[in-house]
Design a protein around this ligand. Structure first.
Ligand SMILES: NC(=O)c1ccc[n+]([C@@H]2O[C@H](COP(=O)([O-])OP(=O)(O)OC[C@H]3O[C@@H](n4cnc5c(N)ncnc54)[C@H](OP(=O)(O)O)[C@@H]3O)[C@@H](O)[C@H]2O)c1
Length: 374
């Protein structure tokens, strides 16, 4: 349903609810709907800024992670449904679309490119380089010649002649960060790339990169079960004016209440079965978090996912999460979470309750664990 249709639907609901009986009631209805319309318009127009100076991007408070439409989330939905979803997201007001060479590999960039081609100038595309043949299992590769080659290939798949935000997907210990930043700087000068980002980089590497080429955004895992960025990289982003883009802000669906100990995955296209937090015992042990968010949300008309996203958005104005979804209902739900404003006391109390819950299960293991926060 488009935003306009949704508004009409809600108006009709409000009219029916009010019974259309007197002019006083009609006036009251008008004022309620005006307030509601204004809120929706505010929601659609609320923008956040990622990045400093000449390398700022103005984005909606919530972006769209497109990975799960092709990769790592068990099922792959019908391609045309995903294209429609991406276009409807832009209609709703989302303007930051996240993909990577590695998602598929390649097929997710192709999907995003096809979906966004008709509205290319109205939206922002973020993609990433950094693995051998675009495959994380083959190891890291951020050699300058690889970055340049991958960017040319990504541009073709994305059906565009510029990338709004190009991230290094993981820091490559074999290539000095200054060389990576210098290569992206050249690509910016050549007009193929507009802004530079890092993913899962350490504070030290963020500083090194930023000294060569201003960094627009750091994209790292951040959610109510992964709070480590608060200690290190978020303060550095704040200091340098760099935006922070939390990936997996719903912890891959865990912080929604939809995943439980009976959830089945397709292990050939899902990384969750290999991660400690998605094991039965950990899901059960961490359930008090879901209960806490549900209790908070139930009293305010919010879902568990909405409380989780609203909490992230309330931390800093330069934070723009990119929840992934394959469903229009979830997309609207996630986008609407940006309209909830916590009262300071309320946020303090919710955070205090969350802080008391000890999260069970490591965030990552093996090669994945070695490649984060470098
Ligand atoms: N930089 C990196 O290294 C990195 C790593 C991972 C991901 N990412 C990016 O971050 C994006 C999001 O990450 P993610 O997909 O790992 O995790 P996520 O956004 O935390 O969770 C996505 C999962 O949650 C479900 N979901 C979303 N909204 C929901 C709602 N309102 N209610 C119930 N379930 C909901 C989705 O299923 P449905 O489809 O059923 O809604 C999907 O399975 C990716 O698309 C990708 O662009 C980046």
């Amino acid at each position: 349903m488009s935003t306009n249709n949704r508004r009409e639907f809600l108006k009709i609901g409000a009219l029916a609810g009010l019974g259309l009986i007197s002019s006083n009631v009609l006036q009251a209805k008008d004022s309620i709907m005006k307030e509601y319309d204004e809120k929706l318009i505010d929601l659609k127009s609320e923008k956040r800024i990622l990045g400093p100076g000449k390398h700022q991007l103005e984005v909606a408070a919530i972006g769209l992670g497109c990975m799960g439409m092709s990769y790592h989330r068990s099922f792959v939905p019908d391609r045309q449904m995903s294209i429609n979803l991406i276009r409807n997201a832009a209609d709703l007001g989302l303007n930051l679309f996240d993909t990577a060479e590695a998602y598929g590999p390649h097929s997710n960039e192709e999907l995003v490119g096809e979906a966004l081609q008709p509205i290319r100038k109205e939206i922002l595309i973020a993609t990433k380089f950094g693995f051998v043949d675009g495959m994380p299992s083959k190891g890291l590769d951020s050699k300058p010649e690889t970055i340049k080659r991958v960017v040319d290939q990504s541009l073709k798949r994305l059906r565009t002649d510029y990338i709004d935000l190009l991230y290094q997907h993981r820091v490559d210990p074999n290539v000095p960060m200054e060389d990576v930043a210098g290569t992206v700087k050249e690509l910016i000068q050549a007009g193929k790339v507009r802004n530079f980002g890092l993913s899962e980089a350490s504070a030290e590497n963020i500083r090194k990169a930023h000294a060569v080429q201003q960094v627009t955004a750091l994209q790292s895992e951040y959610s109510l079960v992964t709070r480590q960025p608060e200690q290190t990289v978020i303060p550095v982003c704040e200091e340098l004016g760099i935006g922070f883009v939390p990936y997996s802000p719903l912890s891959r669906g865990l912080i929604t209440g939809y995943i439980n100990e009976r959830t089945k995955y397709n292990a050939s296209n899902d990384n969750r079965p290999a991660l400690p937090r998605y094991q039965k015992d950990a899901i059960i042990a961490n359930w008090p978090l879901i209960d806490t968010l549900k209790d908070f949300g139930d009293m305010r008309g919010l879902t568990v996912a909405q409380v989780a996203l609203a909490w992230i958005l309330a931390q800093k104005k330069f934070i723009v999460p990119i929840p992934g979804t394959t469903k229009w209902a979830h997309l609207q739900e996630n986008f609407d979470s940006a309209s909830y404003e916590f009262k300071p006391e309320e946020l303090r109390e919710l955070t205090a309750s969350i802080d008391k819950i000890k999260i069970v299960g490591e965030r990552a293991v093996g090669q994945q664990a070695q490649q984060i926060n470098n």
